[in-house]
Design a protein around this ligand. Structure first.
Ligand SMILES: Cc1cc2nc3c(=O)[nH]c(=O)nc-3n(C[C@H](O)[C@H](O)[C@H](O)COP(=O)(O)OP(=O)(O)OC[C@H]3O[C@@H](n4cnc5c(N)ncnc54)[C@H](O)[C@@H]3O)c2cc1C
Length: 563
């Protein structure tokens, strides 16, 4: 191994590369040093064991590793074997496998084993096109991950308090770095004392500039973390309601096409997709992409094009006023726009059985609850649901948990889950699938302790020790606030274009004024469009939501030109 320079006064994060071919190894290190040498320490090794020694030394020195690039074909230890061990030392370092064309299959298989971020085909000349863009995005992702040395906010709360969990989830899903301290442990108690806070009024949040927020609202935490929560203008060309893939798609295209655009999101950009541990079927990401990475990039892209992004703001009313469209918030304030895109998606259905509601946030979670994954280490995790979202979560939890039990109401996964995911689950020894099974009761004191499961064929009940239950049982739109304003179907999904109910003459919907048919994604209110999961009969996929977001913007232009 060729040692890097001595540890500087300020330690630069390490980029480590390992390749058994000395000429290639030198070439990779040279390319990396040229582009990243100023702010990163480039370390190179010529075998897996030597690279592991280097990583151990780096860990001992207290340095950080941002990116690891490993050749797949090495004699004593393959790249995948090396990355698997490297993960134990630096779990958050981003991992790249260097492969020849013939190894692509191995690389794809390895994606699940070592949670690969990327595989790069050799040779990658010119590096400006093929190597640097990959490393750039991995460095950004690494910086945004909780590996960052200084947290933006510190949260002190009780371990099992639902509100503490909500605040951690809010921070994590908005890519705000945070540290969490349990009030009952010494460091938490010390912080409480230093902040002069009352231990009965938890959680508290300590901001970067040392302010203490007692039992803060989501908006107060967002503001403290530097996220915008109020619009800078009163009138916009386009208001996008909802910051999932559909809303982000509309925001990127709205901003890039010169519309004064504002995106309003009630919780965290990314929506459902932001909670997905790995999206494998989104175009252009053959090795998958995590929901938070996709979200972070889309949000940055929208902001780059000038879209304002407001977080923790819920839209509660929409009012057409002549040609203007007024959008009202939960605090009574409002903004006016020429056009609106509704991208409010769907929200998880709640599982209804005795004892469950009392433990929401205390062992019972709706969605993947990424912040809790580490807490489940070496314990049993129960996942309810048989669709892709449940399958992805089971795969993700199986990396940390002792065992993951999937509780599926139907007789098999075939009808509800993608084939590739079923194969992964079947091949995973840590996942057990219990079909024809439902949860019928939950119990515990301040945290979930027991679940009662019922066999739907025999009616037999069984009580199991369980501290963790993650529920994925489908979703419904939250569109009550649109009642009487835009036409919806019986389940609350928003009707658009050709699906809108027609008047008897068969032409426009009731009350429709323009002298034209509604555009494809247009609702019963001209100039108000709906995209993504909230739209009736939509395809519930990230790609379709993004595509509809983009398409809606072109329809907004047509509306603006002809109104
Ligand atoms: C765990 C999981 C894994 C998935 N995996 C995949 C996958 O691998 N591939 C795939 O193609 N699809 C996947 N999906 C489905 C995909 O995520 C959705 O189809 C997609 O996110 C829909 O995007 P959307 O923008 O329409 O809505 P959503 O993602 O639901 O976003 C809607 C947003 O609107 C906000 N909002 C709601 N009401 C208001 C309001 N009144 N005011 C302000 N904001 C509001 C919400 O907070 C939310 O952030 C997955 C879904 C889940 C839950």
């Amino acid at each position: 191994m060729v040692p890097g320079p001595r540890l500087d006064v300020v330690a630069r994060p390490v980029i480590l590369t390992v390749d058994d071919d000395p000429a290639v190894s030198r070439a990779v290190a040279r390319d990396l040093r040229r582009e990243y040498g100023e702010h990163h320490r480039i370390v190179r090794a010529e075998s897996g064991p030597a690279a592991l020694d280097a990583l151990r030394e780096i860990a001992l020195r207290g340095e950080q590793v941002a990116v690891i690039l490993a050749d797949q074909r090495m004699p004593r230890m393959s790249g995948v074997e090396f990355l698997e061990q490297a993960m134990d030392l630096f779990p958050r370092a981003r991992r790249v496998l260097l492969t020849a064309y013939a190894d692509t299959e191995a690389a794809i298989t390895a994606i699940n084993v070592v949670d690969l971020d990327h595989y790069l085909l050799k040779p990658w000349d010119p590096p400006e096109e093929k190597l640097y863009p990959v490393v750039d995005s991995l460095l950004t992702a690494w910086r945004e991950s909780s590996d960052r040395p200084a947290a933006t906010i510190r949260i002190v709360g009780n371990r099992w308090s639902s509100r503490s969990y909500e605040l951690r989830d809010l921070a994590a899903r908005n890519q705000v770095s945070y540290d969490f301290f349990r009030a009952e442990e010494p460091e938490g108690a010390r912080l409480l004392e230093a902040a002069g806070a009352d231990p009965d009024l938890l959680p508290i949040v300590i901001t970067e500039d040392g302010r203490t927020l007692v039992q803060p609202t989501d908006a107060q935490v967002a503001e403290a973390a530097g996220l915008a929560t109020t619009a800078s203008e009163e009138v916009y060309d386009l208001v996008v309601v909802g910051g999932g893939p559909g809303g982000l798609g509309a925001s990127v295209y709205g901003g890039s096409e010169g519309l004064r655009t504002v995106l309003v999101e009630s919780r965290a950009t990314g929506g459902q997709a932001g909670t997905s541990s790995r999206i494998e079927n989104y175009l252009g990401f053959p090795d998958g992409v995590s929901g938070d990475q996709l979200t972070m990039r889309a949000r940055l892209q929208a902001e780059k094009f000038g879209t304002e992004v407001l977080t923790t703001r819920t839209v509660t009313a929409l009012e057409p006023k002549g040609r203007a469209r007024v959008v009202r918030f939960d605090d009574g304030s409002e903004i006016t726009a020429h056009a609106v895109v509704l991208a409010t998606g769907v929200a998880y259905r709640m599982l209804d059985c005795p004892g469950l509601e009392d433990h929401t946030g205390q062992g019972v979670f709706y969605g993947a609850a990424a912040t809790e994954a580490a807490s489940c280490a070496a314990q049993d995790v129960y996942v309810v649901g048989g669709a892709n979202s449940a399958g992805q979560a089971a795969m993700n939890f199986s990396r940390h948990a002792a065992k993951v039990v999937m509780l599926v109401r139907g007789p098999s996964l075939q009808a509800s889950m993608s084939h590739y995911l079923i194969e992964q689950i079947e091949a995973n020894p840590r996942i057990e699938v219990r079909t024809c099974t439902e949860v019928c009761a939950a119990a515990g004191t301040d945290h979930l302790e027991k679940l009662t499961l019922r066999d739907r064929n025999t009616g037999a009940e069984e009580t199991v020790e369980a501290s963790w239950l993650f529920v994925f049982i489908g979703a419904a739109p939250r569109t009550d606030w649109l009642d009487g304003v835009v036409a919806r179907d019986a389940r609350g999904f928003v009707l658009t274009g050709p699906d809108l109910p027609r008047e008897e003459n068969g032409r426009a919907p009731a009350g429709w004024e323009p002298d034209r048919d509604p555009f494809h994604l247009e609702t019963s209110v001209p100039g108000v469009f709906a995209v993504g999961d909230v739209r009736a009969d939509s395809v519930k996929r990230v790609a379709s939501a993004v595509g509809e977001g983009a398409m809606a913007v072109s329809l907004v232009h047509r509306w603006l030109e002809n109104r």
